[in-house]
Structures are given as C-alpha cells and as structure tokens.
Write a new protein. Structure first.
Lengths: 228, 228
DNA sequence: GGACTAAATTAGGGGTACCTAAAATACCAC
DNA sequence: GTGGTATTTTAGGTACCCCTAATTTAGTCC
C-alpha cells in the first residue's frame, strides 16, 4: 500500500464515514464533508478510481474497494488511537482532541501508533465512544439509537457522539455526560420537542436535552426493553 | 505569525542550521541540505524573501530575518521536543527518532509540544545532545570541538552528534557511546588517522574511532586544559 | 582586463489540489 | 415522454513546489 497524500487520506476517511449506511456516497455529500467544491470532488474521484481505492459510477456515487476500505480503516485507527492517547496521557479536552488528531493522523507512523496503542493497553473505543479498528483492519460497529429514540420509562446508556462538533462536545461535557453515563427517559415532548432524562446518581436533577442534541447522542438501551 | 507550509518550515530549519556560522547561506548548500535542485531553491528563496522571513542578496546568499529566525527556532523546538519524547516515553531508538520527528514537527500544535515538554520536565537537550530552544525562542549554542580535536592525554566528554545519519547513530550506539560518555584520548594517528580513546569504566578496552566519526562526535574537554 | 569556471537565476514545464462557470446527466412530475 | 430541477461533470484557471535546460553573474587566473 503506497503512501497516500494527505488529501487522499481525507477523502477515504470521509467516504468511509458517509458510506457506512451501505449506499453509494454522492459527490455533493462528500464535497460538504471535506469542505471543497463539488467540482473538486469530481476531479479527486477520478484519481481515486484510477488508484483503485474506490469504484465510481458516474452521476451515481462512489464506494470503497477492498484496498480503499483497508486504507480508510488504517487512517481511522490512527485518528482514534491519537485521540485516545491525547485524552488519556495529556488529559486533553475531548472537544479539541479531534482537531489535533486530524493533523497528526497524516504524520504519525504505523510504529508510533502501535506504541501508543500498547501504552494505552489496546483500547477498544476512543474518548467519544467510537470503536477503534484493530491493526489488521477489523472494526466492530455498534448498534445504537439516538437518545431521542429511547422510549420513555426506559433506561439508556450514552455510548457515542461525533467528535467533529467541538461546541456540542463542550456542552455535553458541561452536562457531565460522558461515555457510559446511564439515564432514564422520563419525558419526550412531541413534534421533535426536548427529551427529559434523569440520572441515577443521588441528588441528580432531571435534565432537559434539546431534540437536536438528543439526536446526536447515541445510546444503547439498558434493562427492560419495550415491547416490539 | 501565519501558518507556514511544510516546505517553508523545512527551508527555514535548513537555513538556520547552515547559517549558524554567521555566513550567508548559499543556494547550492541549501539545495543539498533539502535535497532539491538549486533552481528550486531560487524559486523558494524569492517566496521567503517576499514573506520577509529571509533577506536575499542575489548570487550571494540568504540570511534569516528576525521573524524567520523565530519561526526556525520554533520548528527546531518542536523537532527536538518530539525526539526527546519519543526516545524517553517510547524508548525509541535514537537513530530513528529523527525521521519520525521530521514528520510530526509539521503537524504537532504548539499546545501538544508544550504538554510533552512539561511531561518531560522541560528538557534542555534532545537525545543527540542538541540544545532545545525555549518556548520564547532562546537557544544556548554550546562550545564544542570534534573528538578528533581533543588533544592526546586529555579527558573529553561526548556531548553532541547530528541526528541526521541513522547509520552513524547505530554505530555510535553499538560502541556504547551516549551523550555524557567520558573518555581519554590515548592516541591519534597523523594524516587524519583514527583516534584511540579509553573509557574510565572498569575493564574498558581502548576503542579505535575512525577520523570521520571522530569529526562527527562533538565533545567538551574535561579537567586539565592543554596550554593555549 | 579578458577569458574561463562555478554558481545562481530565469525560462518553461509537470503534478497535486483547489476554484468558478458552463455543460451534461439523472430524476421527478405531469 | 417531455420539461424542469438538482446534481454531477467538464473546461479553464490559480497556487504551490518541484524539475531540466538555458542564461546570467561572480570570481579567479593569467
């Protein structure tokens, strides 16, 4: 696997993220994710297809090939190990590790990443709850639902939030929510209204979570499942 | 101080290193150091002069301006802190830290560097003995002589070796020379012949150091100075 | 001081990766 | 099936940073 440019690495990562649903990734979505003009994406897509990192159906979208997926997962591993290292070793705030890792992921060697992983005891998840691909390119995607979809009266556990929105992360931290926090949904107002949750901790007050945020916080259901 | 490109950072670092003698840095020397064609250097020199990072006297050479020097020292600080961190925290071999730091120095934020420096207790020297500029751009250049210039019968202390030649570093390590190692010169053959040194340690055998290597190992004299 | 040599610069060109504007294609509604 | 709209692609251009080849300049030797 030849050395890929920084831009190519960014494209592969973005295609992986956008393509997790299984659908082909469209030019426009990719352009927005990478913050370039759609025309620029078209150009890069040709290059990536020539390198056989993606397959491209004109006017439809792109998908990663086997080697493209392997490369993407390697970059994602680098990113998430770096985030975990910064957060753990340097007590780095979880809202800014992403930006730093975004830079370092293109410069850090495989060797450095493995040393960091070792020092951390080969963590499975990064500070935002995202699974860290193994060195051989295996990743376990979790089956999560937005907090907004956890039924009233059910206990949920906050498991994952995107690392990309620093402001959102700061707000989540101010609510004292971290990955692993458990809560019970005690109210959910209709028409995409806010969700009210209650923590187990003694003296915990109910917390009101706006709908948009409740969409961004991905959770597992704990305990009694609702009839389905 | 705006964000500088990777290439610009490499040029500034090289100009600083080559210009330590105080003489203007010539295009050819810079081209060799950076491993590009002299014509490419001419082009970049124009850009750097426009950015007022260097002053350029055509056909004579270049010198760093105040802001150029500040930028160069910042990059060198990043490089040397990174080298020290890798060597100290990950027990990274001293012959390969340079290559890794060369990549990371362009990606690591000021903040990361300062956290590393803190974790290391603000080291003064990197693993090869090179002084680490302070965060405010101060550097203490040492007054050293090559081992080949340490007089016979005098004790010397190995203080500094360039981090650039990995093969040389591996050989030095195999001789069990590290920064701080003391020795006495017991023989130095004429016509740039090899130098023979003797360590203090019990059971230490005399070691023969080829002239070229004895030029690369920079030392201080310890104890009785020779009449001068 | 003129010719020769070594060094530096200019001239012209290529690859990467971006842009805007214009053209092509796909999709949906009727 | 045709028209309109949204999306994608192509066309043409810019900036960065490198290259080789040709030219210019500086310095030296007689």
């Amino acid at each position: 696997m030849a050395d890929l440019s920084r831009s190519i690495e960014d494209y592969l990562k973005a295609i992986y993220e956008l393509g997790r649903s299984g659908l082909p990734v469209q030019t426009g979505a990719l352009a927005e994710e990478i913050a370039v003009a759609p025309a620029s994406v078209s150009g890069m897509v040709r290059r990536l297809a020539e390198l056989e990192l993606i397959s491209h159906t004109p006017y439809r979208g792109v998908e990663l090939t086997g080697s493209g997926r392997r490369a993407a997962l390697q970059i994602i591993r680098r990113h998430r190990i770096l985030e975990t290292y910064l957060a753990t070793v340097f007590a780095w705030d979880w809202d800014t590790v992403h930006a730093e890792a975004e830079q370092l992921e293109h410069a850090a060697s495989e060797r450095l990443i493995e040393r960091m992983a070792e020092a951390l005891g080969h963590p499975q998840f990064d500070p935002h709850g995202a699974p860290i691909p193994s060195a051989d390119g295996h990743i376990e995607e979790q089956d999560l639902v937005p907090m907004a979809a956890v039924p009233i009266g059910t206990e949920g556990e906050f498991r994952l939030v995107s690392d990309e929105d620093a402001e959102l992360l700061r707000y989540v931290a101010s609510l004292e929510f971290t990955v692993g926090t458990r809560f019970e949904v005690i109210e959910a107002l209709p028409f995409n209204g806010p969700v009210t949750v209650q923590r187990r901790a003694q003296g915990a007050q109910p917390q009101v979570i706006g709908f948009e945020l409740a969409q961004a916080l991905l959770c597992t259901r704990v305990g009694q499942a609702v009839a389905s």
